[in-house]
Design a protein around this ligand. Structure first.
Ligand code: FES
Ligand code: FE2
Length: 358
């Protein structure tokens, strides 16, 4: 851990915004309840569309969203038992992508042996996850651990995000605690200081000291009172490709990122709070309270962030070669992780110009 890291000027050519993903990780594709039996759901992971379906026994399966016959999108079909049935001619495929029935195949003839590509799929923390890379590596990769999930001492708030921006722009927004300025009308935080920075392979951990003084901070359990100035330590832990952030033992945020394509990103986040109210008061109301906090408060923060991220993407699209300047070393470290994990052909030489300390 680098104590007292210095802010320093770093010029970046925006080619970072062309970085691809490392597909050999689990990516979130939707909340569990969106995957009901009988109706396949199309999801997109880095431009690859995949039909996810829930069999009648509750198990999940994921196939490339293109029928083996003529390429029609399989999500347009239906589910029968443990098979997906193509909408066009009714060919049936099992969860491994094998063609197991063609309704008009003459007796004695065999279905083709070619398969539709199947993807490993899992369910955890109320989220469905896909592994778009080498299936042989899926079992050795873990979903992010979320120890607070299901713990009655925490109020869990689900936060969906959808941004017309490259995932690196979205990830930088999360690592960047210096943008409290954007949220000042929402009683956000102020006077952040980067106190520590730790970089290792595939991971960046930054600690910031932030200051709160507001009724909102008191309500969310972040400050002891609404009038006192209160300093807290926020730890932002990016372990590719997701975030696990926490503020001491007061709140936690698990931000799971889905790169949909080069200019589109989704996120499925779980926030955990200990409200500044007695447990007997809030526990029976946890569900409506959680929805209310999301709709009336957290969504307003996120909408402000979304405006900035999408503006950043739009100016990049207008002038992809423009040089931008960053002074937060945590952001620079994050970019290096992104580049190192990129399985596409972009080289680091193109991405990061030499740094000059100021
Ligand atoms: S295109 Fe799917 S069955 Fe013909
Ligand atoms: Fe923000």
């Amino acid at each position: 851990m680098d104590s007292n890291p210095k802010l320093a000027v770093s010029e970046t050519r925006n080619a970072i915004r062309h970085a691809g993903i490392n597909p050999n990780h689990w990516y979130p594709v939707g909340w569990s309840e969106a995957f009901r039996p009988a109706k396949p759901v199309p999801v997109t992971v880095w431009n690859q569309t995949i039909a996810v379906f829930r069999a009648s026994d509750g198990s999940l399966h994921a196939l490339e969203d293109a029928c083996l016959h003529k390429g029609v999108a399989l999500h347009k079909g239906t589910v029968a038992g443990d098979r997906i049935v193509c909408a066009y001619h009714g060919w049936e495929f099992d969860g491994l992508g094998r063609c197991v029935r063609i309704p008009y195949l003459p007796e004695g003839r065999k279905c083709p042996s070619a398969r539709v590509r199947a993807f490993p799929v899992r369910e955890g923390h109320g989220i469905v996850w896909l592994f778009p890379g080498d299936p042989a590596l899926a079992d050795g990769a873990d979903l992010p651990a979320v120890p607070e999930y299901g713990d009655p001492n925490w109020l869990m708030i689900r936060i969906p995000g959808h941004f017309r921006a490259h995932f690196s722009i979205c990830n930088e927004n999360t690592m960047d605690v210096f943008h409290g300025h954007l949220h000042k009308d929402l009683q956000g935080w102020f006077d952040p200081i980067l106190t520590k920075l730790d970089r290792e392979e595939g991971r960046v951990v930054a600690e910031y000291q932030v200051t709160y003084r507001s009724r909102l901070a008191k309500l969310l359990g972040l400050a002891k009172s609404s009038t006192e100035t209160c300093q807290r330590t926020v730890s932002i832990d990016y372990t590719y490709p997701h975030y696990r952030n926490h503020m001491e033992r007061i709140s936690a945020l698990y931000l799971m990122r889905l790169p949909v394509g080069p200019a589109e990103t989704r996120s499925f986040s779980l926030m955990f709070l200990k409200p500044g109210l007695p447990g007997w008061l809030w526990r029976p109301l946890r569900r409506p309270l959680s929805v209310l906090l999301w709709r009336l408060l957290l969504k307003r923060f996120l909408d402000q962030d979304k405006g900035m991220m999408e503006s950043e993407q739009a100016t990049f699209a207008d002038d992809p070669g423009a040089v931008r300047v960053e002074i937060n070393p945590a952001i620079v470290a994050l970019r290096r992780v992104t580049v190192a994990q990129d399985h596409c052909s972009v080289t680091t030489d193109n991405l990061l110009a030499p740094q000059a300390a100021s």
